[in-house]
Structures are given as C-alpha cells and as structure tokens.
Write a protein that binds this ligand. Structure first.
Ligand code: ADE
Length: 242
C-alpha cells in the first residue's frame, strides 16, 4: 500500500484536510496510509530541544542535524522510499514528479520549520528538497499535504472512472479548457452553442483551441514546452516517412 511517513514538530496537523473528501475516504478505506511522527521524540536532552541558534549568527533558530537524523533513522523506512524535505529552496514540484511519487511506495517527508535545517543532515540523509511554489509558508506541513493530496488522487481506485484524468490541466501539457453546466443562461451569459450542439468532434476541437489559447495567455512557459513537444513529434514523423 502507498504510504506517506511525515516527520514534523506538529503531528497534530495531520491528517487535517487529508482526512476529508476524496483523500479522506480513500484513507479510511485503506487505499493509502499516513503516519505523522513527532521529530521532538528524537530529542535527547533534558529540555527536548530540537533547535539552536545559527552558526555564524543571525536571526531565528535552526533545526539540529543530530535530532532530525535520529528521527529519520527511527522511522526505519525501506531504502527504496524517496526522502523528501519540503522547502522553498527545493526543485519546484511538477505533475510529472507527482506521477513518479504516486507510482512508487510513497515518500518519507520532512517538514521544515524555523529559519532552516542544519545542512549536514540534508547531505548525510540525501534529502530531496521539494518546493510547492515561489512563496514562503511558515512551515513544510501544508506543502507536504499539498504533495500528498496530489499523489493520492492518482492512486488506483481513488478517483474511480475519473482516474484517467486525460483532459485535466498539465497531464497533456496544457491548462484545462473551461467547463459549463446548467442553467443554460446565467445572468445573461449563455453556455457556448458548440457545447450543446451534440457534435463531439466539433466539441473536441473547441476544447483543444480553448486550452491552447488559455495556456498561451497565462503560461508562456508551458506553451513553449508544448510547442517544442509538438515540433519534435512532427519532425520524428517526417524522418520515419523518410
Ligand atoms: N516551506 C515553506 N515554504 C515552502 C514552499 N514554498 N514549498 C515547500 N515547502 C515550504
């Protein structure tokens, strides 16, 4: 079973939103597992301290390497499980990395707090730093929840027949086309005619065009990557034709 092990100073934050709705139902029915462990239980001194002042001076506190390493080692995870550290310094999380993580046994996730974590434990335990975007949260817990949620919805049986997810944003490199439902007229705005035409070929073309226009306008980075992939596919085809 896919399993997430979370190391945090605030284990009571979990499962939190992951205990509700799609992920929560799947958790309750045993489609995935979660255990949130308190880093503080690995502290050894009288005061159970987990942090100390930064070497070289400066504001804030730094999570101690020995304490976090002991917490990671105590989790005793199998070596095939990825060890992640949620951090704004990390490589930005993508749908493709989410897909890889969902296909594996499930990660160990360290949630950072304070000003940072002693670099030596990141190096010694080979933690992969992962960011969920270019903004700073007060800790890694919410970032870990976002990552876990994105993985869980891809697990077999979690989304039912929606699971193919072929039309959704990013899976094909484009943002998702707009959706409509009843009523046919809302505050004078109608559902686009093509969507009520019953002509599915036409609907597919319309949706593709909308997805492309939206991606070009909002995400030039995704648009460029999408065009490169199309160009590459075209050139491959023409080479095979010879
Ligand atoms: N911790 C604080 N900010 C973060 C971010 N943007 N991504 C991942 N972890 C974080």
């Amino acid at each position: 079973m896919w399993h997430a092990t979370v190391l945090t100073l605030f284990p009571e934050m979990f499962p939190g939103p992951l205990g509700i709705s799609l992920a929560g139902r799947a958790l309750a029915s045993g489609l995935w597992g979660l255990d949130a462990r308190d880093i503080r239980t690995a502290a050894t001194d009288r005061h159970r301290s987990v942090d100390d002042t930064p070497a070289g001076g400066g504001p804030g506190m730094v999570l101690r390497a020995d304490v976090l390493a002991a917490a990671i080692d105590a989790a005793d995870i199998s070596p095939d499980r990825p060890k992640l550290l949620m951090s704004p310094r990390g490589r930005p999380l993508t749908q493709s990395r989410v897909g890889e993580l969902a296909a594996g046994p499930g990660p160990l996730i360290v949630c950072g707090r304070f000003e940072g974590i002693d670099q030596r434990v990141i190096d010694a335990r080979e933690l992969e730093e992962v960011s969920i975007g270019d903004y700073v949260l007060s800790g890694g817990e919410i970032a870990a929840m976002a990552l876990i949620d994105a993985c869980v919805r891809l697990l077999p049986g979690v989304m039912g027949k929606l699971a193919s997810g072929t039309d959704e944003s990013f899976s094909n490199g484009l943002l998702e086309y707009p959706q409509y439902t009843r009523p046919q007229v809302f505050e004078g705005r109608t559902v686009p005619d093509v969507l009520v035409s019953g002509d599915h070929a036409k609907i597919d073309v319309w949706r593709q065009n909308e997805a492309e226009a939206l991606t070009r306008a909002r995400r030039p980075d995704l648009w460029a990557a999408y065009q490169n992939r199309i160009d590459l596919a075209r050139s491959r085809k023409s080479t095979t034709k010879g």
